[in-house]
Design a protein around this ligand. Sequence first.
Ligand code: NAP
Length: 336
Amino acid sequence: MSKTDGKDESVKSGKVSLYDVIIVGSGPAGYTAGIYTSRARLKTLLVTGTLPGGQLMTTSEVENYPGFPNGIFGPELMMNMRQQAERFGTIAVDDEVIQVDFKQRPFKITTSSEVFESKAVLICTGASPRKLGIKGEQMFAGRGVSYCATCDGPFFKGEDIVVVGGGDTALEEATFLSKFGKSIKIVHRRDSLRASKILQDKAFENPKIEFLWNSVVSDIIGDKKIASIVVRDVYNGKEQKIHAGGLFVAIGHDPNTGIFTGQLELDDKGYIALKNNSLTSVEGVFAAGDVHDYRYRQAITAGGFGCMAALDVEKWLTERKHSENKAISSSFYSNA
Ligand code: NAP
């Protein structure tokens, strides 16, 4: 674990520290929430998770985040957000939450090296790339199989590359990979794409990109690294072997909610179910960003949800304080 600002020695001391709010996760939702809660003078701890900055750390240029007319690189955007949250007092720790206990108050948050307590918790753990679940996928991960074109694309210079998926990510990644690869084949399980029209147009116009419709990848073949993949037609079951030096899987994401199972209500897809605005099924526990939103999943919407959740946390803590004070003063007068 590393801590960045040296403001709170209790983080390193080993004793349990009590926060007003602990934010779990460090994507746009988490950092935006940190900016708001720390500006509201709430004692805020933010546990970043294993990939500080979240999914945008593995993105190249972000062109659709307002305020940057010439675009900004994902990692730079996330570092800016982190610095902005820290500037107002958010304590960011680069650690992973391994356990939560929402059954007692204050809530208990256990990381791989510390135990923290908090009056409120805001979950911003996002979502992770989905796997194909086929033979060879795990074995060739990092040896030809990748889930992030912007991270690994430059390693595939001059290669024949296969991209799986028909959404925005698949098409955006295929277009990006065409800068490096010799050829790009997009394998999609249907005959129409769910990607936005502008990305479709870009891909259709790109002479390096070809589509294999109604097809799925059924096997990965190679030795030390990928040499070819097998593609199966979903209608007639016919298989063909395709030479490929790289396989980029871009088939969506799953929410990072494993540690919350049994602690709060999840929906049928495993995303956090919200009751009221950002409030989860446990009073005092809030959620924001891709961990509950599988529809929009944009940096700007995640940031917006982070802002809304932070305002909800502030309101809830204020109301709680008022009712506690009221209870104390009424017991004082009844005992007088
Ligand atoms: P997505 O929209 O859920 O698309 C996933 C794609 O993978 C779909 O085409 C789906 O096929 C296919 N797929 C799912 N499971 C599969 C499996 N087991 N085998 C084969 N194919 C499978 O995910 P996404 O593309 O990652 O996008 C997620 C969200 O981020 C979307 O809201 C998107 O608009 C947004 N996004 C936006 C941008 C941008 O605006 N620049 C860039 C990237 C992402 P079906 O179509 O048949 O379901």
